[in-house]
Design a protein around this ligand. Structure first.
Ligand SMILES: NC(=O)c1ccc[n+]([C@@H]2O[C@H](COP(=O)([O-])OP(=O)(O)OC[C@H]3O[C@@H](n4cnc5c(N)ncnc54)[C@H](OP(=O)(O)O)[C@@H]3O)[C@@H](O)[C@H]2O)c1
Length: 252
């Protein structure tokens, strides 16, 4: 299947580990030019070597904390340095934040910024050049929690907000050749992930969680998420603007 990703300029925000690293590897295999963002320089060095060995023609990384910088100015600085991006993947986010539903605006603002608004702010700079060119792909990594609305209420709500953004803004961008979409992973395990230590300990929580919540009865892998991201970033997603796609092992 020809994805049309070769030599495209791709920005991956949150690429040093887990799902983001899997996404970087997938784009490297398609011979895309990658600019990757994360906070951990040692990990980014490893990802760079990994991606170059997979055939990536160009891999640059920028060390930045998107929760601590002016995200709009940061996005502009990336364009100034590397040029416009054809494809942007927003992977930063997570549930390991406050779980207190009565924690107030600080907690809620953090959850929203981490899982949605930081990337939305970057998009305000990254998407206009795509519109001008008449082609672009932006994939937001959401979560099946946005639909099931279980677990950490701040996380589930923030991802639900992100999904609403993708659906509504995806429609607005549809006539302009820009496909904005979201992929909703179910529980994914990898070295160092939340579930990894429970799996290694054969903890009863694992069997219990899988039996009750993931019908496929196993965790997903970063590659299983990355393959769908790759499709949504490709020419083949042209009739899918605003799509929000579960990749969740039949979460229940
Ligand atoms: N894993 C799952 O089971 C699962 C399930 C559903 C949805 N998701 C979603 O999938 C995405 C990735 O999840 P994951 O489990 O792979 O997460 P992860 O292991 O925590 O990785 C997150 C990535 O984002 C980077 N990052 C985190 N905070 C950052 C910041 N402030 N500035 C810049 N980069 C930052 C991390 O790198 P540094 O630490 O080096 O900065 C890392 O590369 C998240 O949006 C998450 O909500 C995950």
């Amino acid at each position: 299947m020809e994805l049309g990703i070769k030599n495209k300029n791709v920005l991956i925000v949150g690429a040093s580990k887990g799902i983001g690293r899997g996404i970087a590897n997938a784009f490297a295999g398609e011979k895309a030019n990658i600019v990757a963002i994360a906070r951990s320089e040692d990990l980014m060095c490893d990802v760079k070597n990994e991606c170059l060995s997979l055939g990536c023609p160009s891999f640059e990384y920028v060390i930045e904390d998107i929760m601590a910088c002016d995200t709009k100015a940061f996005a502009q600085s990336l364009i100034d340095k590397y040029g416009n991006f054809d494809i942007v993947i927003h992977n930063v986010g997570g549930s390991l934040i406050s779980r207190d539903p009565l924690g107030g605006a600080d907690d809620w603002n953090y959850a929203l910024k981490f899982n949605a608004v930081a990337s939305i702010d970057m998009n305000s700079v990254l998407i206009p050049p795509m519109i001008e060119k008449g082609w672009g792909r932006v994939v937001q990594i959401s979560s099946i929690s946005a639909v099931m609305l279980r677990g950490n209420p701040l996380y589930a709500s923030a991802k639900a907000f992100l999904n609403a953004y993708v659906t509504t803004v995806g429609r607005a961008l549809a006539p302009k050749g820009v496909v904005l979409s979201a992929v909703e992973p179910g529980a994914v395990a990898f070295e160092g992930s939340y579930w990894d230590k429970f799996v290694k300990e054969s903890h009863p929580r694992v069997e219990d969680f899988l039996r009750h919540h993931q019908a496929i009865n196993r965790f997903g892998t970063p590659k299983e998420i990355a393959d769908v991201v790759l499709f949504m970033a490709s020419e083949l997603s042209s009739f899918m603007p605003g799509a929000v796609i579960p990749v969740d092992g039949a979460n229940m």
